[in-house]
Design a protein around this ligand. Sequence first.
Ligand SMILES: [Zn+2]
Length: 158
Amino acid sequence: MHLPLGLPEPRPVPPGQYSAWDRALALLNRDLAATLPGVEPLRLFALPADDPNEPEYVFVALSNGEWHGSQLDPDSRATPAAALAAVADAAQETVMELLWQAWPLCPEHGLGMHPETDAEDQVSWWCAGARSRSGSAHVHRAVGELAAVSTPLPPARP
Ligand SMILES: [Zn+2]
């Protein structure tokens, strides 16, 4: 009798191992705390890659170690903006699929927002809802800034 070969157990990633993703996740967790206060902060979990010569797979998971979606692209650690965009995408996938809700929501339109990186490497939550007259999508806030006190948004850059 053999026990069935189990999948490897996901390993909680200790702080500091992937500092670029840690910093990005700290910003994401600020937004999570601001918008879903009942949800524990997200964490990084890792699994060995199928090919032992490849870097391990790292995921953005709920505090219980469950995630949904693909692993973080190892190349996204190259810049803070790339790390933040990758972690925001992964966090959004995990929250939406496992908590069954669009997140984060634009308070103006009630639509789920998506992380976008602008030409200056600022990663922000974008809403597809149209503002009156302008008729185009809008940036709600920088990722990590959803908790900021509500102030009128600055005029769009020309
Ligand atoms: Zn909106």
